[in-house]
Design a protein around this ligand. Structure first.
Ligand code: G3I
Length: 383
């Protein structure tokens, strides 16, 4: 972990923290910044804590975002650049420029580097959707996984090997992979990844993994891989949650069920939406289309700023979530927020486009929110 922080980072963070607090609170925060307290330092004995990053940080144009990243987090995930359609757009063409920059950034900042994601039905390259022969598809898996995992062997610490392969009832999703290759495609993906980098941590990543039926599906899947002698090290619970759900009890039951299998639990894509979603969202599936709600002020109630009452509700929700994480810290490998600040979150554009959401710990001006303070306070025993 990088131990020495630049003076400018410390100064910037002090300013940020001071600007967003009441006078009494700002005194406390001044003390925090003097002691150079940050999320990653406070949680360093518990689990990695990180953020998904995008072109702005990878290309180093978002300097304030980069300072937060360096000061607060010790693990990164690429939000988009490593998806199949970007990294392997044509059958025999790989595009590594962006990923190389991402890896260089992670190494420079001494981060635990996550690869996201090898096999996902969404954001797949068009040419893969035309493959109908099982042996052909297996060869494409081999080419894809071998090329990417070998290139970053020893540099990418953890791979989201297979993403979102399950339906809400725990059965396998009817993806093109399942249709063409049958159930074994998941096992093949994990085997290829483990052969290409035997030391990398290998994770199955999905949303709504707190749901009892889907939980059962994950347990079946992991047991099957283990019975085949296939290496799997973790289950990634994406954690795209809201102010009111899922319940802490449901999340806890999944942590317990997955860790009983002997694998680590990762919270890979944490964010908490504060906006109304009065229909059945059915998780985080990006294919769903809710265009008819665009521009409806009822669905976008806080276009200017978040009312204090909701700010406090969000802070309490994060406090409850992190209390649970701390209770089970020995079962948890990492907690990654899906974005650095609210303005960059995918939740401003999904499930309804052009809304103003507030799901993360840092606001649009890169200032820590009350939710940040509540996560800090859980570990700041000197307070
Ligand atoms: O890059 C193009 C740009 O050229 C174009 O002008 C613009 C027009 O819409 O689209 C841009 O691509 C968008 C891309 O994000 C990069 O910003 C895609 O439309 C958009 O669909 C894509 O959304 C991403 C989504 O995955 C689909 O890949 C979100 O940013 C990203 O947060 C989201 O992340 C997923 C995880 O990978 C898996 N788990 C669920 C999670 C949330 O859906």
């Amino acid at each position: 972990m990088k131990k020495i922080l630049s003076i400018s980072v410390i100064t910037m963070t002090s300013l940020i923290i001071l600007n967003s607090c009441s006078p009494k609170e700002s005194e406390k925060q001044k003390d925090l910044s003097k002691k150079n307290i940050s999320l990653k330092d406070l949680y360093k004995e518990d689990f990695y804590i990180g953020a998904a990053i995008n072109d702005y940080q990878i290309g180093k144009t978002d300097t304030l975002g980069l300072e937060i990243l360096e000061n607060e987090f010790n693990t990164i995930t690429p939000e988009n650049i490593m998806k199949w359609m970007y990294v392997h757009p044509k059958e025999n063409e790989f595009y590594f420029e962006e990923t190389d920059k991402y890896i260089a950034l992670g190494l420079e900042k001494n981060m635990f580097i996550v690869g996201h994601t090898l096999i996902w039905h969404s954001q797949i390259a068009d040419w893969m959707n035309e493959v109908t022969d099982s042996a052909d598809m297996a060869n494409h898996f081999k080419n894809h996984i071998n090329n990417i995992v070998s290139r970053y062997k020893g540099k990418i610490d953890s791979w989201d090997v297979v993403n979102e392969a399950l339906n809400e009832d725990g059965t396998l999703r009817e993806s093109s992979f399942l249709k063409v290759m049958g159930n074994d495609y998941i096992d093949l993906a994990f085997k290829l990844a483990s052969n290409a980098d035997p030391k990398a941590e290998l994770v199955y990543n999905d949303y709504n993994l707190w749901k009892p039926k889907k939980r059962e599906g994950v347990v079946r899947l992991v047991k099957q891989l283990q019975a085949n002698g296939t290496k799997i090290d973790g289950v990634g619970m994406q954690a795209h949650w809201s102010l009111d759900g899922p319940s802490i009890e449901d999340i806890e039951n999944s942590i317990l069920a997955y860790s009983e299998l002997g694998v680590k639990v990762m919270f890979t894509e944490l964010d908490v939406t504060v906006l109304p979603n009065p229909w059945d969202l059915n998780g985080a599936a990006v294919e769903q289309n809710y265009d008819k709600f665009e521009g409806d002020p009822i669905m976008n109630p806080y276009p200017e700023s978040l009312p204090d009452s909701i700010q406090l509700k969000l802070a309490k929700r994060y406090e409850d979530i992190f209390n649970l994480f701390l209770k089970h810290k020995e079962k948890i490998g990492r907690v990654t927020f899906w974005g650095v600040n609210d303005g960059q979150s995918w939740l401003n554009g999904w499930p309804i486009k052009n809304r103003t959401n507030y799901p993360l710990l840092f606001d649009r001006n890169y200032k820590p929110k009350k939710a940040y303070n509540s996560v800090i306070k859980l570990k700041n025993t000197s307070n």
